[in-house]
Ligand binder design. Structure first.
Ligand code: ATP
Ligand code: FE
Length: 351
């Protein structure tokens, strides 16, 4: 069977038609990269307007690429939370309208569950497994026992890692449209992480929680210090190599933090039943090559299997909504379009 998936939880309008085999038949994404660039973050009202302006064309484009009419798809899935409420509503209303007009089964999808389930698209991954969700709004370690069955075993005490990447990009005057992560990663490749010393967060805590606020502040001070050394005003722009060294140092410490928390999680879950010996890394930041490599190495050292979605499918997109819909339909789960609501906050319920 085929599912049309719609995702509008944040700043990208994503739509895709996916087959239950995992084959992506057609996908389309309307990025808002240029819209929020000068605002220091995503402006919800502007994001909502852009979703509303783009949603119908994005749906039409995804169907067109699949060579299908909406009448041909077997079900409609849509992200219903968590996210920006007014943005979620645009996607949800469009999905409800289609489902009702064409009498299609309808599935409301949890955005974080959809990120997690991308690790099972075209892979041999079976439950249970451990998930490291690193995205624009979240940083969590979760024990995943089945569809709808997720237990958060660690989370961030302050910022998410994606947010930290975005702030770092801004402090270095890098392009931040659509997220600053890729620009920081590219720059870090040419940098020497030993030039600037930054503190690894929460080294002495033995739990699986995260913190990035302290690192972000230390980074801000390191940037200012570098400017001072170079005789630049606070608004002045650093030389490329200085930026690269700073970016490399930030990424290096962020990765060390992830590695330490993951090692603790691996040793803490040793006593769990059923036992876990697989890690998935998901969410936008999971597109980062250096992070993928380091965490994969830790898994290898612990004889754990390692799974990560294709990089381009780590950030928000329509495929994830469609695939999560497929996973839920396979468990005989569906929702009623006429009464479906959206949820800005949407904690995982454990069942
Ligand atoms: P959430 O899923 O928590 O609701 P979101 O949907 O806004 O948040 P995602 O689309 O999952 O977030 O991820 C976007 C984040 O991923 C941004 O912060 C972006 O900077 C980051 N990101 C994307 N690619 C990379 C990369 N290569 N390296 C580091 N960070 C990256
Ligand atoms: Fe996301």
């Amino acid at each position: 069977f085929t599912v049309l998936g719609i995702e509008t939880s944040c700043d990208d309008t994503g739509v895709a038609v996916v087959e239950s085999t995992g084959k992506i038949l057609g996908e389309s994404i309307a990025s808002q990269a240029g819209i929020h660039e000068n605002f220091g973050g995503i402006v919800p009202g502007l994001a909502k307007e852009a979703h509303a302006a783009n949603i119908q064309a994005t749906i039409a484009d995804a169907l067109d690429k699949a060579g299908m009419d909406v009448r041909d798809v077997d079900a409609i899935a849509v992200t219903v939370g968590p996210g920006l409420e007014i943005c979620l509503r645009v996607g949800c209303e469009a999905a409800k309208t289609l489902a009702i007009a064409h009498s299609k089964p309808f599935v409301g999808v949890h955005h974080l569950e959809a990120h997690i389930l991308m690790s099972r698209l075209n892979s041999s991954l079976e439950f249970p497994f451990l998930s490291l969700l690193v995205s624009g709004g979240h940083c969590q370690l979760l024990r995943c026992d089945g569809i709808g069955s997720y237990e958060v075993i660690g989370g961030t005490l302050d910022d998410s890692l994606g947010e930290a990447y975005d702030k770092v990009a801004r402090m270095l005057n890098l392009p931040v449209g659509g997220g600053g992560g890729p620009a920081v990663e590219a720059l870090a490749k040419n940098g020497d992480p030993s030039v600037v010393k930054l503190p690894i967060p929460m080294q002495h805590r033995k739990d699986c929680d995260f913190s990035f606020a302290g690192l972000k502040n230390a980074f801000r001070m390191a940037v200012n210090k570098m400017k001072e050394i170079r005789g630049l005003e606070e608004g002045g722009d650093l030389a490329e190599q200085d930026k690269a060294d700073l970016a490399a140092s930030f990424q290096n410490v962020a990765i060390k933090h992830l590695e330490q928390r993951l090692k603790l999680a691996i040793s803490n879950t040793k006593r769990d039943t059923p036992a876990i010996d697989k890690l998935v890394v998901v969410g936008g930041v999971a597109a980062n090559k250096a992070i993928r490599e380091s965490l994969s190495n830790i898994c290898e050292a612990n004889e754990w299997d390692f799974f990560v979605p294709e990089a381009r499918l780590c950030t928000d997109n329509g495929v994830m909504a469609a695939w999560a819909g497929i996973e839920k339909i396979n468990c005989n789960i569906s929702d009623v379009p006429t009464t479906q609501e959206v949820f800005a906050r949407y904690p995982f319920s454990n069942n």
